[in-house]
Design a protein around this ligand. Sequence first.
Ligand code: COA
Length: 162
Amino acid sequence: METCVAVVPGSFDPVTNGHVDIIERACKLFRVVHVAVAVNAAKEPTFTRDERVEMLRLACAHLPEVTIGTFDGLLADYAVAIRAGTIIRGLRAVSDFEYELQMAHTNRCLAPDIETVFVPTRTDYSFLSSSIVKEIARLGGSVEGLVPDGVRQRLREKFEQR
Ligand code: COA
């Protein structure tokens, strides 16, 4: 396991500025930050795997430490396979903590050598989620400042198609 490699997992459907904030801050702590898009999360995604990866590529283009991949299965297995020593999770509010703690314990049980590190989200993004952003876009509101520019365009196209 490499302590200098961290994985930032999520469904990123789509990536928001809150996610980018966590990824940027992870880059200050780790030499390589691998953003892992979960393909078979329990949720039915709005964007395809390739669309989510492409939006992340645009959003992280300024971060040379970042690599992006997808996984289908257990996060713990994926983290071991890419030799990550750390799983990074953002915490937006106390309400996130219970679920995140359960996930951290589960991942530790499955892969004892991998640590979970929680990074508190910036307060101005603490209310953000991918669903909130999609709801605003679907109803014709502005998502400026909430998502990277490339994502704004993709949201517009996605909801115009419907
Ligand atoms: N800024 C903005 N939004 C954020 C955020 C941040 N910093 N952190 C989380 N969110 C949002 C996400 O966009 C998401 O919004 P949505 O519910 O509207 O889509 C929501 O908060 C939940 O995000 P998160 O907790 O990261 O869940 P996720 O679905 O994106 O990812 C996995 C969860 C994929 C990492 C997890 O389910 C997993 O590891 N699955 C693999 C299977 C496995 O290993 N299971 C056993 C481990 S318990």
